[in-house]
Design a binder for this molecule. Structure first.
Ligand code: UDP
Length: 405
């Protein structure tokens, strides 16, 4: 069992003392997180790691997951795609279904003193607010730079009823009459996904997947989702492969609130055809050691997303000092300064060019990884994230916008 003190060697005693001090301010308050999936994707990943630590600091915290049927998650996936700029049509009936599932969940749930609602799926739980007088915060993890206007108009009616909204990056902030806060996500350096691994564990994972580590390996680990552009990854690999002899790993699983996985995986398999150097791996839930080992055993890590909330996979790979080539979308530029802590690209061709470049220049690749790791250490570890949340929660009990400690 990881304890909060275990982070002292990584972030220093002062940081941990500060967390205890802030947590004291929340004595007697209960914090409740609500989202739409217990496993799969970045939100579940963060909550799984953060909740036990917040509790250890002495804050009463819990996590509830809303229930929804297949139809509901098809609709919310359409919301997700539309908010990320894909053309989608949502009928009145679908909006009604969305609201009725939110209402059913609102009737079943009891609410804490601070209710932190993650992403659009449970946003309309706020309708229940009139009946109780607590603090509601909407936590948006997605890329809101160009949302579909109609979906935004619909969601705005609910978002504006919250006390505050939290976004991951300045580019996603919206014109809203409520207080907005920027809090970027984080990774846990001591989780199974990110902790140091012995070389023997890394080797055994690659052996289990039947992958020979003798040839450079380029890897993307993500849910099989159009917006992660796995087909674009294969195209970039195919272009680079003309110049450098590499292998590609595309590994991922699903999330219970994402029904599109199997269709995208099918497309990926078609594009991969019978190339023996492309390894398409399905990762079941709780494959953290596998994700860790695949990232550590890779020569280059890709994240060729078309849209991205933050992209935890980028932080994860940088923490392992890997050279990362990722799209300049969403929260990724917060994590990568181009040619310093990684590579930012805008196209399949650009990604292919940089794969070739970094395979041929291992010194440059190594330096990018070293700088990347330092950047994550300074900005995107879970202790900084917990501090931001504790400050936000405390500030909710003050009338003014500035809280002095
Ligand atoms: N992940 C995983 N298994 C998979 C695919 C992804 O554990 O098969 C993890 C990944 O390591 C990261 C999170 O899920 O911790 C994905 O977060 P990210 O912000 O990259 O993308 P999201 O899925 O939330 O859009």
């Amino acid at each position: 069992m990881i304890q909060i003190e275990d982070y002292i060697p990584i972030v220093g005693r002062g940081t941990i003392d500060e967390l205890f001090l802030l947590a004291k301010r929340l004595e007697g308050k209960s914090i409740q997180n609500i989202n739409s999936t217990a496993v799969g994707g970045g939100v579940a990943e963060i909550l799984t790691r953060m909740l036990p630590l917040i509790k250890e600091l002495g804050v009463s915290a819990r996590w509830d997951v809303i229930k929804g049927n297949e139809k509901f998650f098809q609709i919310t996936k359409k919301f997700h795609n539309g908010l990320h700029g894909m053309p989608v049509e949502i009928s009145d009936e679908e909006y009604e279904i969305f609201l009725s599932v939110n209402k059913e969940n609102a009737d079943e749930l009891t609410f804490g003193d601070i209710v932190l609602v993650h992403d659009p799926q449970p946003v309309a739980l706020i309708l229940k607010r009139e009946e109780i007088g607590n603090n509601w915060v909407w936590r948006c993890h997605i890329d809101f730079s160009q949302p579909d206007k109609n979906i935004w108009k619909f969601l705005e009616q609910y978002i504006t009823r919250y006390d505050s909204a939290v976004f991951s990056a300045p580019a996603f902030a919206r014109q809203l009459p409520i207080r907005q806060v920027l809090i970027s996500p984080s990774i846990d350096p001591l989780s199974d996904k990110n902790k140091d691994l012995p070389e023997s564990t890394i080797n055994s994972v690659f052996e289990r997947f039947n992958i020979d580590r003798g040839k450079p390996i380029v890897t993307q680990i993500s849910r099989f989702d159009y917006l992660k552009d796995p087909v674009g990854v294969i195209k970039a690999y195919q272009l680079a492969k003309k110049y450098v002899d590499i292998q590609l790993i595309l590994a991922g699983g699903g999330a219970t609130d994402d029904p599109e996985g199997p269709v995208v995986m099918e497309l990926v398999q078609q594009q991969a055809a019978d190339d023996k150097d492309i390894h398409v791996l399905f990762l079941p839930n709780a494959s953290d050691i596998e994700v860790n080992a695949l990232q550590r055993g890779s020569t280059i890590v890709l994240q060729k997303s078309l849209r991205e909330g933050f992209g935890l996979t980028v932080s994860e790979a940088l923490w392992k000092a890997k050279p990362v080539i990722a799209s300049a979308v969403g929260g990724i530029p917060l994590q990568i300064a181009h040619t310093h802590s990684g590579i930012l690209t805008h196209s399949i061709e650009g990604t292919a060019y940089w794969i070739k470049q970094l395979i041929n220049d291992s010194e440059q690749a190594k330096q990018l990884g070293i700088n990347g790791k330092a950047h994550i250490q300074n900005n995107f570890l879970i202790t900084r994230h917990i501090k931001d949340y504790l400050l936000l929660f405390t500030s909710l009990f003050y009338n003014n916008d500035i809280v002095y400690f």
